[in-house]
Each structure stands twice: as structure tokens, then as C-alpha cells.
Design a binder for this molecule. Structure first.
Ligand SMILES: [Zn+2]
Length: 209
């Protein structure tokens, strides 16, 4: 285990939902299922140490300017209440609350904030309050996707003053343009995030046979 967890640490599992993590999902991220064993191991370690675990969920209305069919950028994904919006069944869920974002038609990239796609106004989610009420000082982030929701969540966490770690083997990128994921990791590191890599030979990094 690379990360050390304690009561002042929160593990944020970002958008590990069927539409992103399952190959049949509406916006499947390449290699999305590969991060499941990595994150499950982190969730288990976090729970054992009394750390706080929270899951974010992209949770869109059926029509939103976030979707290409309504003038936005993305195929339909994570419509609230559908299979695609559910947490991937391969994830150890139920260890902490789920924080929904994008619920009012915002893009909802960050777990902390939602941005109205029309007005550009930023609205906070309940995540910051959950962290504050528990005295969290350090945040560990994994999930999907590196170049969108992980990136935005990490940059917001840093801006809020948290020591922020990114699980490099626990994230995957959309990579609309080749290298987007690597550029996002570099940007997060420049902003102050620590990129945490598992030691060579760690069991979960080996993947299925
Ligand atoms: Zn979305």
C-alpha cells in the first residue's frame, strides 16, 4: 500500500460509474475497469484506518447542454436513475456517502463545484462541508476521468487548501486528444498535487491474467 490513511484523510472515488467504467457504457473510458482492483484496495485500506471515503457521481438530467444532442460536447451519459449512473458493481461501495454533481444541468466536472453551462455560475456541492465537518486535511483521489472530473476535483481540492494526492494507477483518461491524460497529471502536479505511484510489483497493478 502506497498511501497511509488516517482519520484526517479522505479518499475521493471520482465517477466510477457504469457509463465511464464499463466498456458498454455511454462514455466508456479506455481501461476504466483496470482501476477497480486498485481502488478497492485503497478503499479497504482507508476504511481500516478510519479514513473518510466519499464517492462522486455524475448525475445528469435526460436533457442538458452538457450533452452533444443538446448542443454540448458529450454523448449521453450518467442520466440520474439509469444503469449508467450507478457505481460500477466491481467497486467496494457503501463505505461512504455519494456526492452527486451535474444534477441541475451543470457540466459538473468537479466533485466540489458545479458550473452552470449557460451562465457559468459556480455552485458548491455538499462535499466541502462533509470534509470540513470531519476535520479532513489530506485528500487522496482516484477514478474517472483523469483529464476531466479527476482533474477538476483535484484542482479544486488544492485551491481549498488540502494536501492532495492522485493515485496514478487509480485513474484513466478520456484522451480526446492523445496525451490529454498525461498533460492533466502534469498540470495537477504543477498546481501542487502529489502523484502517487504504486511500488513496482504491487498485486493489483498486475491486472487480470
Ligand atoms: Zn457528465
Amino acid at each position: 500500500m502506497q498511501e497511509e490513511y488516517g482519520p484526517a484523510t479522505a479518499l475521493l472515488v471520482v465517477d466510477v460509474q457504469n457509463d465511464f467504467a464499463d466498456p458498454a457504457g455511454g462514455l466508456a473510458v479506455g481501461g476504466g475497469e483496470e482501476i477497480l482492483p486498485v481502488l478497492d484496495e485503497e478503499i479497504a485500506a482507508a476504511r481500516a484506518a478510519g479514513a473518510f471515503v466519499a464517492y462522486t457521481q455524475d448525475w445528469h438530467p435526460p436533457a442538458t447542454p452538457h450533452f452533444a444532442k443538446d448542443g454540448g460536447a458529450w454523448p449521453v451519459h450518467c442520466v440520474g436513475g439509469t444503469w449508467g449512473a450507478e457505481l460500477h458493481p466491481g467497486l467496494v461501495a457503501g463505505a461512504g456517502p455519494a456526492v452527486r454533481k451535474g444534477t441541475n444541468g451543470e457540466d459538473g466536472y468537479s466533485g466540489f463545484t458545479m458550473r452552470d453551462p449557460v451562465s457559468g455560475a459556480t455552485v458548491p456541492t455538499e462535499l466541502a462541508g462533509l470534509l470540513r465537518s470531519r476535520g479532513i486535511q489530506r485528500i487522496v483521489v482516484g477514478g474517472l476521468a483523469t483529464d476531466y472530473c479527476v482533474r477538476s476535483t483535484v484542482l479544486d481540492a488544492i485551491a481549498l487548501g488540502y494536501e492532495t494526492h492522485v493515485l496514478v494507477e487509480g485513474v484513466r483518461a478520456v484522451d480526446l486528444a492523445p496525451g490529454d491524460g498525461e498533460r492533466a497529471l502534469a498540470e495537477m502536479e504543477r498546481a501542487g498535487a502529489r502523484l502517487v505511484r504504486r511500488p513496482a510489483g504491487a498485486a493489483a497493478a498486475d491486472g487480470p491474467p
